[in-house]
Design a protein around this ligand. Structure first.
Ligand SMILES: [Zn+2]
Length: 76
């Protein structure tokens, strides 16, 4: 089942690459490596190292939380 418009995902994973082999997540900005792929840890990394990105990601998540239906549906 395909979902049109679903590729609009400027979420936290725009800023990180998960390395399955090592179970580590690498920051695209500063190449820091964080164990696991817990988004709480990733957000904490953004907050302390890249506050401007953290702000954008937070806005994105707040929009998702306050909408009763999926975000991609409301993007237009
Ligand atoms: Zn970083």
């Amino acid at each position: 089942m395909s979902t049109p418009g679903r590729k609009r995902r400027e979420d936290i994973w725009e800023n990180f690459i998960f390395d399955v082999k090592d179970n580590k997540t690498q920051c695209k900005k500063c190449s820091a490596r964080i164990t696991g792929k817990n988004t709480t840890n990733l957000k904490r990394h953004l907050q302390s190292n890249h506050p401007e990105i953290h702000t954008q990601v937070s806005i994105f998540h707040n929009i998702q939380l306050t909408r009763p239906y999926p975000f991609y549906y409301t993007a237009y």
